[in-house]
Every structure is written in structure tokens, then in C-alpha cells.
Design a protein around this ligand. Structure first.
Ligand code: DGI
Ligand code: FE
Ligand code: FE
Length: 191
């Protein structure tokens, strides 16, 4: 989809602040796609729509999770996780995006999963390190992103899990799976 058309669609769904974040994710995702050999257009479209469902009412998201038979465990975990799978669904239903790679990148952009594709990884990392992000460790994650995609991902998901643990929060199983998968593949040390 044309970039301006896509941006104008998503702009109506989210706040100004979230729109600026979306532009940052888009720029970062395109750069990472160029650097790591992914499809830049798919990276652009996935990034533009990644937070499409961020401001949907919880009741609407809960209903979609139930009706579409998404992982029922989602309902027991932090509702912050919901906008990712619900976003993938709504972007298809409301915007007409059907590319499964783009929909997966949106679906897994918050939790991660086992077997993240190159596009999944790029959107996950771009969301984490876009220029508007400010949290402890983001500078290190940005530096690692210039050296190794997987090293940056291990660092980022570890930081996220540590953040959740430090707040006595639950960690959704796909996030643990994502972390374990990267470590078991040795991708943090070998590349
Ligand atoms: O939507 P964004 O704010 O741009 O970022 P996101 O989609 O990565 O959402 C991240 C939020 O989700 C972050 O504040 C942490 C929270 N969260 C809650 N439980 C989990 C979780 N993130 C992950 N990866 N795994 C969890 O189990
Ligand atoms: Fe998000
Ligand atoms: Fe985001």
C-alpha cells in the first residue's frame, strides 16, 4: 500500500503521540530491512500498522480474542499484549491487508514467538529502539542493532523480561519462548 495512504488510515486510529512513535518505527524498520536484507516495503507497511489496535476498547479486544479463537491464555495476561494479535486481525478485516508475513509481524510485535521471521524480528526491534523511545538500555540496544540483529534482540527481550520481573508482572509464554529460542540457537554469541 502507498505510504501516505497507509499513514492516513492509521493516523485516525491512534493518538498524536502514538503516531509520532509509528513514524519512528517506520523509519527504523526501513533502515533495519535495508541493513539485514528484508523486504523494505513489507517492513514499512508492517511498521505503519503495528499499533493499529492500540486504542481499541478492552471489551472489543477481548471479544475478538474469544470469537477468533486466539490463544485463550492471552485473557489471563497483561492486556497490553492484546493489541498485537487483535491488530493483525483488524488490519486484515478493516484495511484489507492480507500478506501473511505482514500480519505475522504485527501479530507478534509485542510478545515475540518461537521462530521469529526476519520481518518479525525487524518490527520487534524497530518498535523497541525507534528514536522516540527513552528507557534504560535503549542506547545499548540501538548500538547492538548496528552490529547484529540477534544480539540486539536477545538484549531487548532480556531487558523486557527483567523489567516485567522487577515489577512483579507476569511474562507471557511466547516471550519466554522467544528468549529461549534465541539463546538455544546461540544467536547472541555466534553472530
Ligand atoms: O505498543 P508499544 O507501547 O509500542 O510496545 P509493545 O507493543 O512492545 O508493548 C509493550 C508493552 O507490553 C510493554 O510495556 C511491556 C508490556 N508487556 C506486558 N506483558 C508482557 C509485555 N511485553 C512482553 N514482551 N511480554 C509480556 O508478557
Ligand atoms: Fe505495540
Ligand atoms: Fe509500538
Amino acid at each position: 500500500m502507498d505510504q501516505n495512504k497507509a499513514l492516513s488510515i492509521v493516523k485516525k486510529q491512534i493518538t498524536e503521540k502514538r503516531y509520532i512513535h509509528t513514524l519512528g518505527v517506520m523509519e527504523t524498520a526501513i533502515q533495519l530491512a535495508e541493513k539485514y536484507g528484508a523486504d523494505t516495503k513489507k517492513a514499512e507497511t508492517s511498521a505503519i500498522f503495528h499499533d493499529y489496535a492500540k486504542f481499541r476498547p478492552l471489551n472489543e479486544m477481548r471479544q475478538i480474542i474469544v470469537e477468533q479463537q486466539f490463544d485463550p491464555r492471552l485473557l489471563q495476561f497483561n492486556p497490553e499484549l492484546w493489541h498485537a494479535p487483535v491488530g493483525a486481525y483488524l488490519v486484515q478485516a478493516e484495511v484489507g491487508i492480507t500478506d501473511p508475513e505482514i500480519l505475522d509481524a504485527i501479530r507478534y510485535h509485542t510478545s515475540g514467538r518461537i521462530g521469529m521471521t526476519l520481518l518479525d524480528k525487524i518490527i520487534y526491534l524497530a518498535d523497541y529502539i525507534e528514536p522516540g523511545r527513552m528507557f534504560p538500555g535503549v542506547e545499548d540496544a540501538r548500538e547492538l542493532a548496528q552490529i547484529s540483529l540477534d544480539k540486539a534482540l536477545v538484549y531487548s527481550v532480556r531487558n523486557t523480561i527483567q523489567f516485567l520481573l522487577s515489577r512483579n508482572q507476569t511474562v507471557y509464554p511466547d516471550t519466554i519462548d522467544f528468549y529461549n529460542d534465541l539463546i538455544m540457537k546461540g544467536e547472541d554469541v555466534q553472530k
